[in-house]
Design a protein around this ligand. Structure first.
Ligand SMILES: *Cc1c(COP(=O)(O)O)cnc(C)c1O
Length: 431
């Protein structure tokens, strides 16, 4: 654990052997549970297709206003069923996860309201939405919504379930409580659904009227339930279709799901009051959205298997990783703490070199809209920016953590890990 890029671990077997040994352990200790959970989730997703009688007639979009688009209505119901929510708004007009979250926040909050985020700094792109950075006249702050932030993670990034007196006060005065499930690009671990439930229960006790909104990005179909399931209790959640729920084939879009009346308010904000969810052309994407959802549980499982293998191989190669290979997961992200900008660049370069698209390109750090630090992004994806496809993001700041995620097939992740680790091993012996 001490020397990430010093001398190679003395007892490390040759790479091929290391890989096979790791897989024997994972096959015995991790894959059966993952397969069983994925099967259950798949069955729930399929059940929605059967219940709402999805037919070929639903694959055609109504042009213009998009009024009376049966496919759009059925698609929303099928997604709601899969996401264990009363209602869902699934639209290409939600241009990203950030946009879906922005619409959800704006649909729920009005001037004079206050919100509190209990999970520490929100995902980078939310900063401008909230008005913490930049000076957009359309930010929540500019619209007169007060934002407060505290964290249920302590200085060592451990989850502390009891809310402090300050947090209780903020929750009591808030109209909306915001919880981010995934770690994003932070060092804190991902909040699992049991922890989410604990926080939601406490919120309800302090302030039964507050709406609870969960940023569910990267979390869909990882655990047996979704945050809006009654046993977890969120009112609303939002996410991106170029992450988990799009199954790797949906080319754009986002979703908002939860209590029907709240989803309707969000639809009014997305389109216009009076139009709400009744309008909006689907650009002939309904079939792809539904097919993506159908594939999603299997694709998420492949991604989880790949990331579990990454955790095992990298930790055994001397790197700190989070989560560990034998820990439960609540999102598809694997953090690998590479400690050193050169190691990070090598990782990204080699990952890119075995990507199906743009393998000849060299990733470099760049300023990215919505993000403050320079960001390295690797992974040539079929859909630009899709992070259910194998990809790595790394803000260029200590401890040079690579946030590794996705992988449409385990085979690809396995091959990529072999390439990256053999490259890192070669560099180690060179220095
Ligand atoms: C990806 C992500 C977002 C933003 O989604 P985009 O589609 O990239 O705009 C928000 N929150 C979390 C935790 C994410 O992982």
């Amino acid at each position: 654990m001490d020397s990430p890029l010093g001398t190679p671990h003395p007892s490390l077997p040759p790479l091929e052997k290391h890989l096979l040994q790791a897989e024997v352990v994972l096959q015995a200790q991790r894959w059966p549970e993952l397969e069983a959970r994925s099967q259950k989730i798949f069955e729930r997703v399929l059940e929605g297709f059967l219940r709402y009688r999805v037919g070929e007639e639903h694959f055609y979009s109504v042009t213009g206003y998009g009024h009376n688009d049966l496919g759009r209505e059925v698609m929303d119901q099928v997604f709601a069923h899969a996401l264990e929510a009363e209602a869902a708004l699934v639209r290409p007009q939600l241009v990203s996860g950030t946009h879906a979250l922005s619409v959800a926040l704006n649909g729920c909050l009005k001037p004079g309201d206050s919100m509190v985020c209990l999970t520490g700094p929100p995902y980078d792109t939310l900063e401008e939405v909230l008005g913490l950075r930049g000076d957009s006249p359309a930010s929540l702050k500019a619209r007169g919504v007060a934002y407060h932030e505290c964290s249920v993670f302590d200085a060592e990034n451990r989850f502390t379930p009891e809310l402090s007196p300050l947090m209780e006060t903020l929750v009591r005065e808030a109209q909306l409580v915001y919880l981010q499930r995934s770690r994003g690009y932070s060092q804190r671990p991902t909040l699992d659904l049991a922890q989410l439930h604990t926080l939601i229960e406490q919120t309800r006790q302090i302030n039964p009227d507050a709406l609870v909104l969960v940023d569910n990005c990267y979390g869909e179909f990882v655990e047996a339930h979704e945050p809006t399931h009654p046993s977890i209790g969120a009112d609303l959640m939002a996410g991106s279709l170029i992450k988990n729920p799009g199954g790797g084939i949906v080319p754009t879009g986002g979703y908002i799901a939860g209590r029907a009346e709240v989803v309707s308010a969000c639809a009014d904000f997305l389109t216009a009051p009076g139009i709400g969810r009744e309008g909006g052309y689907l650009f002939e994407l309904t079939r792809t959205f539904l097919q993506g959802l159908f594939l999603a549980p299997g694709v998420v499982k492949e991604a989880l298997k790949g990331m579990t293998l990454a955790a095992k191989l990298f930790s055994e190669s001397g790197y700190d990783v989070c989560p560990r290979w034998d820990s439960p997961r609540s999102d598809i992200i694997q953090a690998l703490h590479l400690q050193n900008p050169d190691t990070l660049k090598t990782f990204c370069r080699l990952l890119q070199s075995v990507s199906p698209v743009g393998s000849h390109l060299t990733p470099v750090g760049a300023v990215t809209p919505g993000y403050q630090d320079e960001l390295m992004m690797a992974g040539g994806t079929f859909i630009d920016g899709s992070s259910i496809e194998l990809s790595a993001d790394a803000p260029l700041r200590p401890p040079y953590t690579v946030f590794f995620q996705g992988g449409l097939t385990y085979a690809h992740t396995r091959y990529a890990l072999k390439t990256v680790l053999s490259g890192l091993r070669a560099e180690e012996t060179l220095c």
